[in-house]
Design a protein around this ligand. Structure first.
Ligand code: SF4
Length: 418
C-alpha cells in the first residue's frame, strides 16, 4: 500500500453541480432526453455549459419551478406534466426520458421517483422514464454521471454470458479503438455502459467483468456488484502507464498472458512515449496543485508526475473511494499529499503560499487565480476531451503544457518590451 499522506477537509466549496454531466451524457445517448426539474438558474447553467443548438432540437430542457412552487407542490406537478406531454407529443424519437432532480426540486421534496413510476405506467411501451439527482447540494459535477448510470442498472437484463463491460462514458472514437485493442488481445465480447443507444443496455450477470473507464462511479459500481458482476481493479486508462496496466488487468481477468498484451500495445506505447517528450520538456520539474472537482485528480497527478515529471504540491479530490483508487495510489510517490473534500479558502491560501506553476481547478476559481498571475487549467476540460488511452497520452499532456508554454511566451514578450 502506498504511503501517501491523507487529509480531509470540509467547508465552503466551489464546484459545478451534477447537472453538468448532461452535456456529455446527451451526446453519448442521442435517443435520450434529459429534463431538469429545476429553477431558471439550472436552465441557465445547462444551456451555457452545452451551448445553444440552433439547427438541431436540443436533447435537454428544464421544467421550471417558479418561486411560488416553493410554497406548494401542486404547481410543480402541473408544470412537469405539461412539459412531459408536450415533449412526447413533439419528439417521437425520445426513447428514454431522464427526470433530473436539482437543488430546488430537492428543497421542495418533489418525489421524482414516484413521478417517474406514474409516467412509466402512462407511457408504457412508448418512452421509459428514469430519475436521478444532479443537485449541487451534496455532489460535484461528475457524480451526475454516477447518478444517471446507477438509475439505469435496474433496467439491465440478466445474462450469464462472459463479457468485458467498460463502464463510464467514453468518446465514441476512443471506445472503438479500445474495442479493437481488446479484440487483438483476445477479448472479443466487449460492451460499454452507457451504450450509444439508451435502449440497448448491456445484459449483466456473474460472468460480467466490469472495467471502469472513469473513477467517479462508486454508486454504479456498488449496484453492479450487487447484480453479481465482478469488478476488475486497475489504474485508469490515462497515459501510457495507466492504460497499459488497465489492459493488463483486463487480460488477467480473462486469463490471457501478459506477453500477449505487450505484443499488441508495444508499438502504440513506443509512439506515445516519443510524442510525450516535447510536452515533458515543458512540464518537467514544474509544480502542480490540483484542487478538488472531478475525481480525476489522482489519476491525472499520477500521469503528470510519473510520465511528465511534474512535482506534486497537493492533490485534492472531492471524494476518495480507496478501493477503486488503490491501484492509482500505489503508483503515486510516497510523499504525495492528498486532500479529500474542500475548504476553498484554506486551499487557496495553500495555493498562494506554495507558488505553483500550474493549478488544475474549476472554472470559477481559474479567472481569479489567473488575475494573480497563476496559470490554471479547467478540470472540466478533462471530461469534455477524449483523453483516454495510450495514443491520447500526448494530447492529455498537451492540455497541461499549453498554458505553461503560453505563459512563457507572454513573459518573454513582456521582458522584451521593457
Ligand atoms: S442544481 Fe443547484 S447548483 Fe445546479 S444549477 Fe441548479 S440550483 Fe445551481
Amino acid at each position: 500500500m502506498s504511503k501517501v499522506e491523507f487529509n480531509k477537509e470540509t467547508g465552503p466549496r466551489e464546484v459545478f453541480c451534477g447537472l453538468t454531466s448532461i452535456v456529455w451524457l446527451h451526446r453519448r445517448m442521442p435517443d435520450a432526453f434529459f429534463l431538469v426539474v429545476g429553477s431558471r438558474t439550472c436552465a441557465h447553467l445547462i444551456q451555457s455549459a452545452a451551448g445553444v443548438m440552433i439547427f438541431a432540437e436540443p436533447r435537454f430542457g428544464t421544467a421550471i419551478l417558479e418561486e411560488k412552487d416553493l410554497a406548494g407542490l401542486a404547481d410543480a406537478h402541473e408544470e412537469l406534466d405539461r412539459v412531459v406531454n408536450d415533449l412526447i407529443a413533439r419528439r417521437p424519437e425520445i426513447k428514454t426520458l431522464f427526470l433530473v432532480g436539482s437543488c430546488p426540486s430537492e428543497v421542495i421534496k418533489l418525489d421524482l421517483g414516484t413521478v417517474a413510476e406514474k409516467l412509466n405506467t402512462r407511457f408504457l411501451g412508448q418512452v421509459r422514464f428514469v430519475n436521478y439527482s444532479g443537485s449541487g447540494i451534496e455532489t460535484t459535477f461528475t457524480q451526475g454521471e454516477d447518478g444517471a448510470l446507477k438509475a439505469l442498472v435496474p433496467l439491465m437484463e440478466s445474462s450469464d454470458d462472459e463479457k468485458l463491460l467498460l463502464v463510464g462514458t467514453l468518446a465514441n472514437n476512443v471506445e472503438d479503438r479500445f474495442k479493437k485493442i481488446f479484440n487483438n488481445i483476445g477479448i472479443n465480447n466487449v460492451e460499454s455502459f452507457p451504450p450509444r443507444q439508451s435502449t440497448e443496455l448491456p445484459k449483466i450477470g456473474k460472468n460480467t467483468k466490469v472495467l471502469l473507464t472513469q473513477p467517479y462511479l462508486s454508486d454504479t459500481v456498488r449496484d453492479l456488484e450487487h447484480r453479481g458482476c465482478e469488478i476488475v481493479y486497475a489504474p485508469f486508462p490515462l497515459g501510457v502507464e495507466g492504460s497499459t496496466k488497465w489492459f493488463l488487468a483486463a487480460a488477467d481477468a480473462f486469463k490471457i498472458p501478459e506477453l500477449k498484451v505487450h505484443e499488441v500495445i508495444a508499438p502504440l506505447a513506443n509512439r506515445a512515449r516519443q510524442a510525450l517528450e516535447k510536452h515533458t520538456e515543458i512540464l518537467r520539474g514544474k509544480k502542480l496543485f490540483l484542487l478538488p472537482e472531478s475525481q480525476l485528480e489522482i489519476s491525472l497527478a499520477r500521469f503528470l508526475h510519473n510520465e511528465c515529471e511534474m512535482d506534486l504540491v497537493e492533490v485534492g479530490t472531492p471524494y476518495l473511494n480507496k478501493d477503486l483508487m488503490e491501484e492509482e495510489l500505489n503508483l503515486l510517490p510516497d510523499d504525495t499529499k492528498i486532500v479529500e473534500g474542500q475548504h476553498v479558502e484554506k486551499q487557496l491560501d495553500r495555493v498562494r503560499a506554495s507558488n505553483p506553476d500550474l493549478v488544475v481547478c474549476g472554472m470559477g476559481l481559474a479567472n481569479p487565480l489567473e488575475a494573480e498571475g497563476i496559470s490554471t487549467k479547467w478540470s472540466i476540460e478533462m471530461v469534455f476531451s477524449p483523453i483516454h488511452g495510450i495514443d491520447q497520452a500526448a494530447d492529455l499532456a498537451g492540455l497541461f503544457s499549453r498554458p505553461l508554454k503560453r505563459n512563457q511566451i507572454l513573459t518573454s514578450k513582456t521582458l522584451a518590451t521593457h
